[in-house]
Design a protein around this ligand. Structure first.
Ligand code: HPA
Length: 260
């Protein structure tokens, strides 16, 4: 049975209006889902075996603010195995389920002094700085997908209307797992990156390849390398994501309401 068929079988055939990929330390939102049906990734063919701390590895289908949602608590990253298409099976499953929109979330570092830890940023565009593209090896003409407005402007406008303090900016995807060097941060900041992180961009490419509407939100957990005296650690990422989680959860819950 396909993952989409398993999900329909266990969680019901009612269409999913909004799917959300939860970033590092942001999994708490899954607890807010009502009538929740939780399916471990291990039981869904094509889904990743998520193993990074801060990432649980389960799909939670249910209701958030009255909308039918599917939350992906846990994602696979390029840095885990070197596979930029690690989320392909999961995203193709969302496309097979014909979800109305996909919200990708992440923890990210800020390159802008005016966007400090604790800030939320709607992603307006990305720079795939890792140099890898998840569609390499895809043999169909659909691989040549247009990335103009990959982050849907109307979904972004909805996000901004919900939180007047929401920043907006460009996300630069680095492979990780080491953090960036201060020189790399200076370089991408000069090129237009407002935030940096190790996920999301390949998922956006895969999702656009499948025709899904995409929105993205970064939770700023730190100033990027070289911008502050604080050393960068994954523990700090998780702790800061946790501190920002109330605002983040409020935003996503309000965003979901628009899909009810
Ligand atoms: N760089 C890359 N990924 C991140 C960062 C960062 O500064 N913070 C959280 N995820």
């Amino acid at each position: 049975m396909s993952a989409a068929a398993i999900i329909r079988d266990r969680a019901g055939a009612e269409p999913v209006a909004l799917a959300v990929v939860l970033g590092s330390g942001l999994g708490g939102l899954a607890e807010r889902v009502e009538e929740a049906v939780r399916i471990p990734y291990a039981e869904l063919p094509g889904f990743p075996a998520a193993g990074v701390s801060g990432h649980a590895g389960a799909l939670v289908v249910g209701r958030l603010s009255g909308a039918r949602v599917a939350l992906l608590a846990g994602r696979a990253h390029y840095y885990e195995t070197g596979d930029a298409a690690a989320m392909r099976g999961a995203i193709e499953t969302l496309a097979a389920l014909e979800v109305g929109a996909l919200l990708l979330t992440n923890a990210a570092g800020s390159t802008r002094p005016a966007m400090p830890p604790g800030a939320l940023m709607a992603i307006s565009d990305h720079i795939a700085w890792s140099g890898r593209n998840p569609l390499i090896g895809d043999a169909s003409d659909a691989r040549f997908c247009d990335m103009t407005d990959a982050y849907d402007p109307s979904l972004r406008a909805r996000l901004k209307a919900l939180d007047p303090e929401l920043h907006e900016g460009v996300y630069a995807w680095f492979s990780g797992p080491s953090f960036e060097t201060p020189a790399e941060i200076r370089a991408v900041a000069m090129l237009g990156a407002d935030a940096v992180g190790m996920s999301t961009a390949p998922e956006t490419i895969l999702a656009r390849r499948c025709g899904l509407r995409v929105a993205g939100v970064s939770v700023i957990t730190n100033f990027a390398a070289g911008m502050s005296a604080t050393a960068l650690t994954h523990a700090q990422t998780k702790a800061e994501a946790d501190r920002a989680s109330a605002r983040f959860e409020r935003l996503v819950a309000a965003f979901a309401e628009g899909f009810a």
